[in-house]
Write a protein that binds this ligand. Structure first.
Ligand code: IPD
Ligand code: CA
Ligand code: CA
Length: 265
């Protein structure tokens, strides 16, 4: 953590400069955008991480790196919430997650615009700007404020889109409400510090969740896939809660495999 934090804070300066600057926006997909700052922040992080943690394989969203790695890996999302970043909505962050042999070891989610630095270390705890954080105490799903996100694949109106709509239909009436902030790493941190009582999303990539997962578990929460099994990087659905409302939330999450089967047949 001592090596990681200064590198992320340094990259945050470029992130912040880019947030306020005019940007060149390119399309990676129909609505999946990238700016010169996504690329530059990732390059800067990789350069400095390679210097201070040379034994780790660096896997960045914008470099086309292989998504999953055993051994020592650092997953980097230089700007999580790029659509917010482009629209000047200050919910976006650098997310850096350190994993060893398929288990999270350390994670940082840093939003330099709101000056929020979330950090977690396995067995040590989860922190917001240096102060320990805990998940909420809410037990009832009906009193739970949840957060979610919508995958870029929605434009295809296939499996993922149907899963989002079916889940929303069965879940929304039984919650306090559902928010869509636009940055999965921040959603996870807001579960960790008790702002949200839970979060779920489909089709997230390892760099979106590699840091946030540890924030949630170190803050006393629970992470699983839609079947309630321990979440593994690459699983199609992530469910993160304070633990107390987890099973109730799982009950309302649509069956991804059934939808997959129906959409492909
Ligand atoms: C996206 C954000 C968003 C989530 C998308 C992600 P990006 O990451 O985390 O909240 O709903 O699924 O891909 O593209 O802004 O790094
Ligand atoms: Ca992301
Ligand atoms: Ca990104």
């Amino acid at each position: 953590m001592k090596k990681l934090t200064p590198v992320v804070i340094e990259a945050g300066k470029l992130f912040e400069e880019g947030f306020h600057a005019a940007k060149e926006v390119r399309h990676k997909g129909v609505v999946d955008l990238v700016t010169q700052y996504d690329v530059a922040v990732e390059e800067l992080l990789k350069k400095h991480l390679a210097e201070v943690m040379p034994e780790f394989t660096l896997i960045g969203e914008e470099s086309g790196d292989e998504q999953m790695r055993a051994g020592k890996a650092i997953y980097i999302d230089p700007i999580d919430g790029t659509t917010n970043f482009i629209h000047k909505i200050p919910v976006c962050a650098i997310s850096v997650g350190v994993w060893v042999d398929g288990v999270p070891a350390a994670g940082i989610v840093y939003n330099p615009i709101l000056n929020e630095l979330f950090a977690a270390e396995a067995g040590v705890g989860a922190f917001h700007n240096g102060c320990p954080i805990r998940v909420s105490e809410t037990v009832e799903l009906q009193q739970s404020l949840l957060s979610t996100g919508f995958p870029y694949t929605k434009v295809e109106m296939g499996r993922d889109f149907r899963w989002v709509i079916e889940t929303m239909k069965s879940l929304l009436p039984f919650t306090q409400d559902i928010r869509r902030l636009g940055a999965a790493s921040v959603d996870l941190c807001y579960v960790a510090n008790g702002i949200f009582d839970g979060f779920y999303e489909c089709n997230l990539k390892p760099w979106d969740v590699a840091a946030g997962i540890l924030l949630v578990t170190e803050a006393g929460g629970r992470i699983s896939n839609h079947r309630g099994e321990p979440y593994r990087l690459g699983d199609p659905i992530i469910v993160a809660t304070n633990g107390k409302n987890h099973d109730a939330l799982l009950e309302k999450i649509a069956d991804y495999e059934r939808i997959e089967h129906e959409t492909s047949s």
